[in-house]
Design a protein around this ligand. Structure first.
Ligand SMILES: Cc1cc2nc3c(=O)[nH]c(=O)nc-3n(C[C@H](O)[C@H](O)[C@H](O)COP(=O)(O)OP(=O)(O)OC[C@H]3O[C@@H](n4cnc5c(N)ncnc54)[C@H](O)[C@@H]3O)c2cc1C
Length: 419
């Protein structure tokens, strides 16, 4: 069964897929279907810490994130949704001399790129967060322009704005495989994973009748029952499936080097406001911030975690997190944890994403491997991906971040990675 034809099918309705869909629609490409096997916010985009920072060690990441932070500042007004953006800065701590040298070099580069990053001696850390015990801290850096958002409304904002421009979003619709011909994807094979999803019938006729603007016409729609299979045809497929991307690429015989890696996070009872920045310790991967509702939201790297999709919580995480958090802020020893959850980082060997066309499948564009910083990148990356899909032009950044760098041994580096 064939259910319509689209110019672009986007796999994954996380922040990356939805930001790109909205940017495509803004460029006039509204013939876009976004599919997701689950619900909005079911992937990493609904499970992350909401940190948004420009403190990175590579120029590309610093410059991209400067733009993303600017977008965060205006997002609420433009999308008419409160994303709880708060610019309290990011305070990075290091506890080894080697990492301190890296922090110095990164801070210099950040200042050269126009950030206000400053380095702090251990005792100066308390000027920013008086509750921190600086014992064992070697060096810290602080950029006041970094901040945090509440991830869910960010995702919902993009979804609604994209839909308003005519993009179709089909949740509970899983990609099972592709039809291919001559190295191109001709059809995306889909299966409904829940009964209540609605797909419009007879799409071509509906498009002609509806003209521009939202095209989902309830009177012409029908409920597709769970388990029903169908195929959509398309010109371009964009894979924004996060940690699931390797399994999507494998459906057309492409092996990606990225690996899913569980990352856990938790949230405390609400406290009176006391913490300005997001604090991140580059030595053990601890990070925590205070949400505008007062909770302390944070996580830490727990080793060893075998690679693979795993979104279950562990007691080991809580113990590791609590030890490190209390070492850093002793007064946190009596706070109560209310919620704990987990999501998957999408790890690449060099800490940088994989974006752009891939050799071996002419019309497949990848956007994955965003490690623990893909949420903050999506506002700017969506714009760049839409430009890439719309114009077929490859920018210098996309050439550098292409999959083939792993085959050619041209690995890049990014050392300011949390977790
Ligand atoms: C605990 C944690 C904390 C984090 N903290 C931060 C942070 O502070 N700041 C930051 O910037 N980033 C953070 N990240 C990383 C960030 O969340 C991700 O990089 C980002 O959300 C990736 O977005 P995405 O849209 O690419 O992927 P996702 O949000 O994972 O979306 C991918 C979607 O693809 C769908 N999908 C998968 N397979 C299929 C299929 N076969 N068919 C259809 N759909 C499919 C999934 O259901 C999913 O919804 C964190 C991640 C975690 C786990």
């Amino acid at each position: 069964m064939t259910a319509g034809r689209y110019r672009v099918v986007i796999i994954g309705a996380g922040i990356m897929g939805l930001s790109t869909a909205w940017h495509l629609a803004k460029r006039g490409i509204t013939d876009v279907l976004v599919v997701d096997r689950g619900y909005l916010c079911g992937g990493a985009s609904g499970r992350n810490g909401g940190g948004v920072r420009a403190q990175f060690s590579s120029e590309s990441n610093i410059r991209l994130m400067r733009e993303s932070i600017e977008i965060c500042r205006t997002f609420a007004a433009e999308m008419k949704i409160n994303v709880w953006f708060r610019q309290g800065g990011y305070l990075f701590l290091t506890r080894t001399k080697q990492r301190a040298r890296m922090l110095e070099a990164s801070a210099k580069l950040q200042r050269d790129c126009g950030l206000e990053t400053r380095l702090l001696a251990p005792r100066e850390v308390r000027d920013i967060v008086p509750e921190i015990d600086p014992t064992g801290v070697e060096l810290a850096s602080f950029n006041p322009g970094d901040g945090v958002v509440f991830p869910w409304p960010f995702v919902w904002g993009y979804a609604k704005a994209a839909k308003d421009l005519g993009v179709e979003i089909a949740t509970f619709t899983e990609v099972e495989g592709f039809d291919t011909n001559n190295g191109r994807i001709t059809g995306v094979r889909l299966v409904r994973t829940r009964h209540d999803a609605i797909v419009a019938e007879d799409r071509d006729e509906r498009t002609t009748a509806a003209g521009p603007g939202p095209r989902v016409d309830a009177s012409r729609a029908r409920v597709i029952p769970e388990g029903e299979r169908f195929v959509v045809e398309c010109d371009t497929v964009l894979c924004c499936a996060g940690a699931w991307s390797p399994s999507i690429a494998r459906m057309v015989g492409i092996e990606l080097p990225n690996k899913p890696h569980r990352h856990e996070i938790c949230s405390t009872e609400p406290l009176k406001p006391w913490l300005g920045p997001l604090v991140a310790d580059l030595t053990d991967g601890l990070y925590f911030s205070q949400s505008m509702r007062g909770e302390i939201v944070g996580g830490i790297a727990v080793e060893p975690v075998p690679h693979g999709i795993n979104q279950r919580s562990s007691a080991q995480f809580l113990a590791t997190y609590a030890r490190s958090l209390v070492r850093t802020v002793p007064s946190m020893s009596r706070v109560k944890v209310l919620r704990q959850w987990a999501g998957c980082y999408d790890l690449t060997p060099d800490g940088n994403p994989i974006v752009g066309h891939v050799d071996g499948c002419e019309n497949l564009v990848m956007a994955c491997g965003f490690m623990g910083h893909g949420f903050m990148m999506a506002p700017v990356m969506g714009r760049l991906l839409a430009e890439h899909v719309a114009t077929d032009e490859t920018s210098e950044l996309f050439a550098r971040w292409n999959l083939r760098r792993f085959r050619e041994g041209k690995l890049l580096s990014e050392s300011m990675i949390i977790g």
